[in-house]
Write a protein that binds this ligand. Structure first.
Ligand code: AMP
Ligand code: MG
Length: 397
């Protein structure tokens, strides 16, 4: 049976980085950048004032410690200075204003005294360069400000806007077909008859796909009938990824792998050595990747995070170190038990290096999924980790 890492490697080897599209910068939040963003100009593009005050030349202090200078012009932000600064003169500047040629320092207004007739008295000698934001001080023209593969947050959107990007090239989200298999399933909103089961996987997987940056495409419930399944899968084939849940165990009605074989898909994974979620199918089918997730909602949840999420990240153009969920060591806030037969992923909450396990850890217990933001890993052979001990955890985003 393949390990989780082996399955992840197999899956990621099949995934291609997707195509690129252009979106308005205002609508680019959360999208992944697909171009290099560099600055065509120095930043700042011209020397400007960091203060409201006066642009001065320093030589005015060599003979007089408290010189009186004549104001030659006022330059607010947005205006271009007309006069070159010369000794005996100063220019009134406001924050962000372009500084006149010859400026050696800016003296803040609070350190001056305005006299009559457009003259100003200065006291303390300025340091050369003070309160000047020099041209190119932050970045030179041509410097890369945002690398491809960067998810766009409000910070990057601010940078893009400051560089006058109205449109930006981003990765197109993978289209992910989602279907549920099982004769027992009824769609949300219907009242299940005794023994029937609500299709909770479809909404959960839809949300997971969105959380991973994909575009969900819901194909509903498919009965446990190979012909019906083949029909829906053929329709789903135009998607980049196809996720089904259920029907991948060894039960009488578990047709998924057989149908995939018949359709000519290359089944690469039939089981994964973990709990919950051992029955997990992964296939490569022409341009599409196919996941047959377990029907059990907790197993489908874990299987998604460990094998589908990394594939979405790769397809979205994230850099390689950001494909898999990050792992860390945490201190256990309650004991963790496992069967020891396989590697276990146990649900709980990670906060500031501490992991709080969640109640009864049964793979059929979806009631304790709320608030889960991490899985603790107990390796094969490990049956107990005590409170206060260190445990390896994978953190969900
Ligand atoms: P299966 O993998 O098809 O044998 O399903 C395993 C268990 O998960 C069964 O108890 C199913 O009823 C349940 N199950 C399967 N699909 C879903 C679904 N879409 N939503 C909720 N439970 C499901
Ligand atoms: Mg089933």
């Amino acid at each position: 049976m393949l390990t989780v890492e082996e399955v992840q490697r197999l899956v990621l080897a099949q995934v291609q980085v997707g195509s690129v599209e252009s979106v308005a910068v205002e609508l680019s939040l959360g999208r992944v950048l697909a171009q290099v963003v560099s600055t065509p100009q120095d930043i700042p593009a011209w020397a400007n004032s960091a203060m409201d005050g006066y642009a001065v030349v320093c030589s005015d202090w060599t003979t007089d410690p408290e010189p009186v200078l004549v104001v030659v012009e006022e330059v607010p932000a947005g205006k271009v200075p007309r006069r070159v600064l010369t000794p005996g003169h100063c220019t009134r500047v406001l924050t962000g204003a372009m500084l006149p040629t010859g400026t050696e320092a800016v003296v803040m207004q609070e350190r001056t005294e305005e006299l009559a007739d457009g003259r100003v008295k200065f006291r303390y000698p300025p340091q050369r360069g003070q309160f000047i934001r020099q041209q190119g001080e932050f970045r030179w023209a041509g410097a890369v400000l945002i690398a491809p593969g960067t998810p766009l947050t409000p910070a990057e959107i601010g940078i893009l806007a400051s560089l006058n990007y109205a449109q930006v090239q981003v990765q197109r989200p993978p289209l992910v077909a989602i279907l549920s298999t099982g004769d027992e399933l009824v769609p949300l909103g219907q009242t299940p008859a005794l023994g029937q089961v609500l299709d909770s996987n479809q909404p959960m997987l839809t949300a997971l796909v969105r959380a991973g940056g994909g575009t969900p495409w819901n194909l509903g419930i498919v009965p446990d009938d190979p012909v019906a399944l083949a029909e829906v899968l053929t329709r789903a084939k135009t998607a980049d990824f196809i996720l089904s849940s259920g029907g991948v165990s060894v039960g009488t009605y578990d047709y998924v792998e057989r149908v995939l074989d018949e359709l000519g898909a290359q089944v690469l994974v039939r089981q994964m050595n973990l709990k919950p979620g051992k029955p997990l199918t992964f296939a490569h089918w022409e341009q599409a990747c196919y996941w047959g997730l377990p029907g059990n909602p907790v197993s489908a949840f874990v299987g998604f995070w460990l094998t589908v999420y990394p594939a979405l990240r790769k397809a979205l153009g994230y850099s390689e170190q950001d494909w898999l969920l990050p792992e860390e060591q945490a201190v256990l806030m309650g004991p963790l038990k496992a069967g020891g037969d396989r590697r276990h992923y146990l649900r709980g909450r990670l906060h500031q290096g501490q992991f709080q396990p969640f109640g009864v850890d049964n793979s059929a217990n979806f009631a304790n999924l709320s608030g889960v933001n991490a899985f603790a890993i107990l390796e094969q052979g490990q049956t107990l980790v005590q409170t206060g001990d260190s445990v390896r955890v994978v953190a969900l985003p």
